[in-house]
Design a protein around this ligand. Structure first.
Ligand code: HEC
Length: 101
């Protein structure tokens, strides 16, 4: 019984530590260019997203989406994300520290 209680505590702890799978899948759309979890490779020309302040992230994504900021791929990409998804991604990347692996 005590073992079961222990396992339950471990299982719920792990579930809480694990970020929402859907959010991770959403963030994986960015990994090809911005690096895994937003950590861009050392000499990458594409900026890393890990640890980026959420406010900066949101302003840039909305500017790409509205056309206020020009770019190569981001203006097209940003249009595919809702405001709620942009907010969720902003918090996700802000919480991931460090840029280069
Ligand atoms: C095909 C490659 C590619 C993918 C995929 C991609 N990006 Fe980008 N991203 C870029 C490039 C290149 C830039 C520089 C601006 C430009 O040229 O569009 C950029 C710039 C940015 C910036 C601005 C950074 C700054 O400090 O000015 C943000 C924020 C950003 N991307 C977020 C995202 C998010 C979120 C995703 C996933 C939903 C994503 N990107 C997917 C290539 C990509």
């Amino acid at each position: 019984m005590r073992l079961l209680a222990c396992l339950l505590i471990l299982a719920t702890g792990a579930a809480q530590a694990e970020p929402d799978l859907r959010l991770r899948a959403l963030a994986a759309n960015c990994a090809g260019c911005h690096g895994t979890e937003g950590r861009a490779p050392r000499y990458s020309l594409v900026p890393g997203l890990a640890g980026m302040p959420a406010a900066h992230f949101i302003v840039q994504m909305k500017a790409f989406k509205s056309g206020a900021r020009q770019g190569t791929v981001m203006p097209q990409l940003a249009k595919g994300f809702s405001e709620a998804q942009i907010l969720a991604l902003a918090n996700y990347f802000a919480a991931h520290k460090g840029s280069a692996p």
